[in-house]
Design a protein around this ligand. Structure first.
Ligand code: PAF
Length: 287
């Protein structure tokens, strides 16, 4: 029989509880999520449990990071199922924080304004205005509430990971940000809460994204970024179901698109694709 794990919807009670754990020298890790949990989230929680005595998992669909009202409305909310899934990992060492919008925003549901040394202007920042102000706002608030030793973020949202690392550095937040490898379904599709909303034919088509990324990586060994980009664009033009929003090869530090390849730099290919009305993102390390 599964025991109920501790669930808080109120930050004051959560802060008190975490203080009581820390008073007994326990270490606390943190995995922020928007719920609709899947194996990718559980892998972050498992990394957290290896490094820390307890892991706080926040489940909060953050309204300020959505630039599309319909996307926010349709975002899956499955708290009961999420808790059951977490219980399969651990009952005693996981603490869930599932706050209301008011508990976080206290009646003022707006983002703070951030600069992240220009990282916020590239890719997702260019296509989703205001998104990273929303992410910065919620992650900063959650880190201030939970005060974890370490917080775990998936590399699927690689730009978000780099931005959170930058925020922690600029705001001198004493949490180590740990990036974790992308968790993929057996057919290669990167795990995402949005996958649940894919209609069957789109779900079947979606692993094409990872297939193309793998081929792009291979081609990047001998071809220029421009040539690889043109090839990727031509592959999506021919595709009947998937619509390419962007494909970019960028320097992992600045996230700026590569102009001339250098052996001294590390690059990743980043992609955003529409599968019907569902927006999917993915990326791959190139060198
Ligand atoms: O990656 C996500 O799920 C969200 O952007 C995060 C980090 C939980 C902030 O709402």
């Amino acid at each position: 029989m599964l025991q109920p794990l501790k669930i808080f919807d109120n930050k004051t009670e959560l802060i008190e509880y975490i203080s009581s754990l820390k008073a007994n020298d326990a270490t606390v890790g943190f995995v922020p999520t928007m719920g609709a949990l899947h194996q990718g989230h559980l892998s972050l929680v498992n990394f957290g449990l290896v490094d820390n005595d307890f892991v706080v998992v926040s489940i909060f669909v953050n309204p300020t990071q959505f630039n599309n009202a319909e996307d926010l409305e349709k975002y899956p909310r499955t708290l009961g199922r999420d808790v059951k899934l977490l219980q399969t990992v651990s009952d005693e060492r996981i603490i869930v924080y599932a706050p209301s919008v008011d508990d976080i925003y206290e009646g003022k549901t707006v983002s703070e304004r951030f600069t992240f040394d220009g990282l916020e202007h590239e890719m997702e920042g260019a296509f989703r205005p205001g998104h990273f102000d929303g992410v910065g706002t919620i992650v900063k608030r959650l880190l201030e509430i939970v005060k974890p030793e370490q917080a775990y973020f998936g590399e699927k949202d690689f730009q978000q990971l780099q931005i959170v690392k930058k925020m922690v550095e600029l705001h001198e937040i004493p949490t180590k940000i740990v990036g974790c490898a992308i968790y993929r379904a057996e057919d290669g599709l990167a795990m995402s809460s949005r996958n649940e909303r894919l209609k069957p034919d789109y779900r079947e088509a979606a692993p094409f994204i990872h297939k193309i990324l793998k081929s792009a990586k291979e081609k990047f060994g001998t071809k220029s970024a421009k040539k690889v980009t043109e090839w990727v664009e031509s592959q999506f033009k021919k595709h009947k179901l998937l619509e390419l929003e962007y494909f970019l090869i960028s320097d992992i530090k600045t996230l700026k698109p590569v102009k001339r390849k250098s052996t001294k730099k590390e690059y990743r290919a980043f992609i955003a694709v529409y599968a019907d009305d569902i927006r999917l993102i993915d990326n791959i390390a190139l060198n």
